[in-house]
Design a protein around this ligand. Structure first.
Ligand SMILES: Cc1cc2nc3c(=O)[nH]c(=O)nc-3n(C[C@H](O)[C@H](O)[C@H](O)COP(=O)(O)OP(=O)(O)OC[C@H]3O[C@@H](n4cnc5c(N)ncnc54)[C@H](O)[C@@H]3O)c2cc1C
Length: 335
């Protein structure tokens, strides 16, 4: 027999809270989504994401289970978001860093080495820029603002009551699903911030169809094509809670990276320079922590994987609420 419908308050309308609210409402629960900011996405890390769904590339520095879960995340996004750009992604390196490309290939899966000719077919504008690249065909991407707006509309359509400009504790609900991002440090002392800076530029001079990552000794640099000539250049990875303006050093590194991918980026207009802080646990693995005798579930620590894993986390939490199904993402030991 299915579990009875419950009254659930989701705190936080970043990407984790939106997916939780959607899946729980679709499972038949009465869901209220409470967001502290007055305007949608005014104070969330999610708006700053690239957004790449890159489980194969992320596997370079993540535990193997994240690759498998991330691949499931890509599948869930593909079935849900019609605007998803499922064109794969590329990794390149300057000729002097060819060894970096080989090292990256050894540490990741789901790719194949393409030569200059095939690279020119995939991305004509990279013709003559690189002699080889790694192609990750299963990866996908989407612009963060459009994806978040789509999610919010779907959450509304699923019947979720949404309250902006409120920061209540969810009192009165049967269950609180806490997705407050870094603000949940008041309850999760292990949570830390990892600053990420990114630049938005616009140009008609370069046309790319998929994210291009440039291997670089200090910064994981990438250029992600959004829409209408808009590109997101990211991103720094700095152990800091500071969300303030971008530094000159970071701007130089990011813009230098874009220039190395294609010199015509030097003619682009800079539209925005910004930074946000990713919430992360010590092992950089996101999870749902069940606390307060099962009345509160903290979903947090998404680090670089918030979009990638939000649907997988939401599915795992919904299964736990339904029948107590345990999973590697739902931790009940602190119950
Ligand atoms: C530069 C950059 C690039 C990134 N690129 C990628 C990428 O390519 N792919 C990917 O998967 N991930 C990427 N990420 C990571 C991703 O953005 C994060 O993992 C994700 O945004 C975390 O989502 P969240 O919902 O936990 O937190 P947030 O998005 O920060 O949302 C938390 C929300 O809770 C609200 N809140 C706070 N306190 C309260 C309260 N008391 N009551 C109600 N609401 C409250 C906040 O206002 C906020 O809206 C990137 C991050 C950065 C910074």
């Amino acid at each position: 027999m299915p579990a009875p419908s419950r009254s659930i308050t989701v705190l936080g309308a970043g990407i984790l809270g939106l997916w939780q609210a959607l899946i729980l409402a679709r499972a038949g629960h009465r869901v209220r989504l409470v967001e502290a900011s007055e305007e949608p996405f005014a104070d969330c890390a999610s708006l700053y994401a690239a957004v790449m769904l890159a489980p194969d590339r992320e596997a370079e520095n993540a535990p193997p289970m994240l690759r498998q879960l991330g691949r499931e995340g890509v599948g869930l996004w593909k079935g849900f978001y019609p605007q998803l750009k499922a064109n794969g992604s590329l990794v390149v390196a300057a000729a002097r860093d060819r060894g970096e490309l080989d090292r990256f290939a050894r540490r990741t899966q789901g790719h194949r080495l393409v030569d200059a000719g095939e690279l020119a077919n995939l991305e004509p504008d990279l013709h003559d820029r690189f002699t080889a690249a790694l192609y990750f065909p299963e990866e996908a991407h989407m612009p963060a603002p459009a994806a978040l707006a789509f999610m919010l509309a779907e959450v509304q359509r699923a019947g979720v009551e949404i309250a902006f400009g409120q920061a209540d504790a969810g009192d009165g609900a049967d269950l609180v699903v806490d997705c407050r991002g870094l603000a949940a440090r008041d309850a999760l002392p292990d949570l830390r911030g990892v600053r990420g800076e990114r630049i938005l530029i616009r140009t008609r001079e370069v046309k790319l169809r998929r994210p291009v990552q440039l291997l670089h000794p200090r910064v994981p640099l990438y250029v992600v094509p959004w829409d209408e000539g808009l590109y997101m250049i990211g991103a720094t990875l700095i152990e800091s809670d500071e969300a303030g303006p971008m530094t000159v050093r970071s701007a130089l590194e990011l813009l230098g990276g874009a220039y190395a991918v294609h010199p015509a980026f030097s003619e682009a207009e800079i539209l925005d320079l910004g930074a946000a802080v990713r919430p992360a646990f010590p092992d950089n693995v996101p999870r749902a922590l069940v606390r307060d005798s099962g009345r509160r579930i903290y979903v947090n620590g998404a680090y670089r994987h918030g979009f990638l894993l939000a649907p997988v986390l939401a599915r795992a939490v919904a299964a736990y609420i339904e029948d107590g199904t345990a999973s590697e993402l739902v931790v009940t030991s602190g119950l």
